[in-house]
Design a binder for this molecule. Structure first.
Ligand code: PLP
Length: 392
């Protein structure tokens, strides 16, 4: 114990259990236990070589100093061009703010809008940092449920019914972590139309998995609705699409009126993003996209194996997710809580998964399994999970 007293808000800060499970799994592996990690949410592929080379080249060419806080102009322009190609939208590069990872945009948006007396709506189950940061800001975190029977998409009228005069921000995420759910276009449009009744509510649309879609689906971006342009913050980045989680590189498109706030937060927080990482990001956007296509194809093949394998286990049922690289099987019929099953699978069977409750209360009865691992590992893990649940 020390006599130090930290700010009260530190008591309200949550965490992301995936990092704790990763540390635990690595500790068990160091003790010699054979661990298959299906807990972590990052591609198991390496960053494509031409991207790595671009970063090395940038360092060799002397890009060692600070850059403009919102990012180097060529990168902001390349992001704008990429959004035109992928989503068919015209975005002024001045609205693009490059940050060290997708999470930073989340932090900035919630910091910008959250304070006591304010309500912020967020998906549950959902990425745990949403709820954590809302609580930290002093705002009230209001969950909206993502239900299995709705393919883990939100129900637009139910979401809109939660909006009141205190609501300042709504957080959306599709394709979603932890469920792999994708919100159908018709549901997005129902929400967009409903939001016209609430002109003072901002939207943070987390589209970090926008390139990870299966079955020929087209991503629906909130940027495609000009009627919301003055209040949509669109979060995306390089981490998942280009297997660049460790580079710490992301961006957001901000409404014009918020760019200055976002830039000022950047100046107060990290000054600018690592210069060589920005040149790597530029090469990623402008270079050959084959590696991205191949990665998504590999995820697609694994998705079928993991869903089929889980559904073959008594007590487990698993929907086919439309995007990202997660499945969210229902394990209620095993009679175990999510947490106890997570612990059993890790400690007894050497398979790291994440309890659904790590993503909010509505995650009880589910596990998150990441299939960003080799097919061989996935098959072995499925055998172990099956044997473990059969033995209950
Ligand atoms: N948003 C979602 C939904 C995520 O799942 C993640 C990472 O897991 C992030 C944002 C954060 O991405 P980054 O690693 O670029 O900060």
């Amino acid at each position: 114990m020390t006599g130090l007293s930290t700010a009260a808000r530190m008591q309200r800060l949550g965490t992301e259990t995936a990092f704790e499970v990763l540390a635990h799994a690595e500790a068990l592996a160091r003790q010699g236990k054979d661990i298959i990690n299906l807990g972590i949410g990052q591609p198991d592929f390496k960053t494509p070589q031409h991207i790595v080379e671009a970063a090395i080249r940038a360092l060799r060419e002397g890009h060692h100093g600070y850059t403009p806080a919102p990012g180097i102009p060529v990168l902001r322009e390349a992001v704008s061009a990429d959004l035109q190609t992928r989503h068919g939208v015209q975005v002024d590069p001045d609205r693009v703010v490059v940050v060290p990872g997708g999470k930073v945009t989340m932090n900035f948006a919630i910091t910008m809008f959250g304070e006591p007396g304010v309500e912020i709506l967020y998906p549950n189950p959902g990425f745990p940092i949403y709820e954590s940061m809302i609580n930290f800001s002093g705002a009230t975190a209001v969950p909206y449920a993502l239900l299995e029977e709705e393919g883990f998409a939100f129900d637009a009228p139910a979401l809109l019914a939660l909006v009141n005069d205190n609501t300042r921000l709504i957080i959306l995420n599709s394709p979603a972590n932890p469920t792999g759910g994708v919100v159908p276009k018709a549901v997005v449009e129902e929400l967009v139309e409903g939001l016209l009744r609430f002109p003072n509510v901002a939207i943070l649309s987390d589209e970090i998995y926008s390139c990870m879609l299966f079955d020929g689906q087209q991503h629906v971006s909130l940027l495609q609705y000009p009627e919301l342009a003055e209040r949509v913050i669109m979060l995306d980045g390089w981490s998942k699409t280009y297997a660049m989680t460790g580079w710490r590189l992301g961006y957001a498109v901000w409404p014009e009126a918020l760019v200055e706030h976002a830039t000022r937060l950047a100046v107060n927080c990290h000054s600018c993003v690592n210069a060589s990482a920005q040149y790597a990001g530029l090469a990623a956007l402008q270079g050959d996209q084959t590696a991205v296509v191949e990665m998504v194809q590999a995820f697609d093949a694994r998705r079928s194996v993991v869903v089929e394998g889980l559904n073959a286990i008594d007590g487990v049922s698993c929907q086919m997710p439309g995007g990202a690289f997660y499945v969210f099987p229902n394990v209620t019929a095993t009679g175990q809580t999510s947490k106890s099953l997570q612990e059993r699978l890790l400690e007894k069977d050497g398979v790291a998964t994440i309890a659904g409750t790590s993503f909010g209360a509505y995650g009880e009865g589910y596990l998150r399994i990441s299939y960003a691992s080799s097919l061989e590992n996935i098959k072995t893990a499925l055998q172990r999970i099956r044997a473990s649940i059969d033995a209950l």
